[in-house]
Ligand binder design. Structure first.
Ligand code: TRP
Length: 368
């Protein structure tokens, strides 16, 4: 049997370059790999609601936005099933059973939840219970699909660890039913985390430092030219410049190829030559930024065009996520059945089983 992939996103906004580098790019590689017999992408609307309870419209709208971005990037719905979390009741039923397998102490240790709490001000205001327990819900997602492989960013490692603990505990108590998942990270070091335009932290919608895959070229230009952090001590063209922490070079490291130099900036053979010149002095920010703009614009143009196509075929998108969800429903219900059987709480599957058991129990009690 082939391996099974589950990965997912919270539909809280359009996808940005950070998503591309950190996950979409890898999904494109994985969908070509026959080692994986099933691939599911979960639009985790329930997880998104754990910190957006008052704003369901935002989540609803972004289910379509995310699906548009996937298709625009070339994810292939014939190869992977795009599905919606809230339409898969097995996920929340499993979550209910798993809640009993995790202690509050264990949840408090989760470093991702800790930092997310701070970011959202929950450490002051009090924490929605659903948010606090979302790692358990994510373990339900992962195990419901029998995922062997979970491609995610490094910030998600604690979630996979939590899922593995639940699997081990469950299998220990009830028998070997659940599949032990493994994480998978993008291979190149730099691809793990794309910093935002400001260079301060990772690219994120809430920090307002993102370049969206759907940004039109003028918006892209404005963001790079006016908002991208470079080297604040590089005031004159002839001043020596710093590469470290300079976002233009961080992004060039990821996106520039030697071919780009040949076509767009032939005075250098490669990025190293360009960096040396910048460090020596004599290379201005505007020129570097223009080069980056051209590269990113060439990269984003076909994505943008495909997105425009799908935007005028929204009803097809609806069908695609409905089909994906139907497949996911069968898969996850099947796991739920096995779980309930293992826990012996499948009371109404077999009348004779439960009635006979009771009669036997009664009989043995009478003997005492
Ligand atoms: N927590 C993930 C994120 O924020 C989204 C997610 C929900 C997910 N369920 C999942 C990822 C299951 C992988 C597997 O990116």
């Amino acid at each position: 049997m082939g391996k099974i992939i589950l990965t997912g996103d919270r539909p809280t906004g359009k996808l940005h370059l950070g998503h591309y580098v950190g996950s979409v790019k890898m999904r494109k590689v994985l969908q070509e790999d026959k080692t994986y017999s099933e691939i599911y992408i979960l639009l985790a609307d329930l997880q998104a609601l754990t910190d957006n309870a008052t704003n369901p419209d935002k989540i609803r709208k972004n289910i379509i936005e995310c699906a548009l971005d996937y298709l625009a990037c070339g994810l292939d719905p014939n190869r992977l099933s795009i599905c919606v979390q809230s339409s898969l009741p097995a996920l929340y039923e499993l979550y209910m059973y798993y809640l009993n397998l995790v202690s509050t102490k264990r949840l408090e240790r989760n470093p991702t939840v800790k930092s997310e709490m701070q970011m959202r001000g929950f450490d002051q205001e009090g924490l929605p219970v659903g948010f606090y327990t979302y790692p358990i819900s994510q373990a339900a997602d992962i195990t419901a699909f029998c995922a062997t492989t979970v491609p995610v960013g490094e910030d998600q490692d604690p979630m996979i660890e939590q899922a593995r603990e639940i699997v081990e505990k469950f299998n220990n108590i009830y028998g070997n039913v659940l599949t032990l998942p493994e994480t998978m990270h993008p291979s190149s070091e730099i691809s793990k985390r794309l910093p935002g335009l400001d260079g301060k932290s990772k690219m994120s919608k809430s920090l307002g430092n993102a370049i969206y895959l759907s940004d039109e070229s003028e918006v892209l230009k404005e963001k790079i030219m006016k908002r991208m952090f470079t080297d604040p001590t590089h005031l004159q063209i002839n001043d020596p410049g710093k590469i470290d922490g300079n976002m233009v070079f961080t992004y060039l490291d990821i996106f520039a190829t030697d071919k780009d130099f040949k076509e767009l900036l032939p005075e250098y053979n490669n990025l190293n030559e360009m960096k040396e010149h910048y460090k020596r002095g004599g290379l201005g920010d505007v020129k570097c930024k223009n080069f980056l703009y051209n590269i990113l614009n060439n990269f984003l143009t076909p994505i943008r065009e495909k997105r425009h196509y799908w935007e005028s075929h929204i009803s097809d998108i609806y069908d695609i996520i409905q089909d994906g969800t139907k497949k996911a429903l069968i898969k996850t219900n099947n796991t739920l059945d096995k779980v309930k059987e293992a826990m012996k709480i499948d009371y109404f599957n077999d009348k004779s089983k439960i009635t006979k058991e009771w009669e036997e129990w009664l009989a043995s009690n009478r003997m005492d």
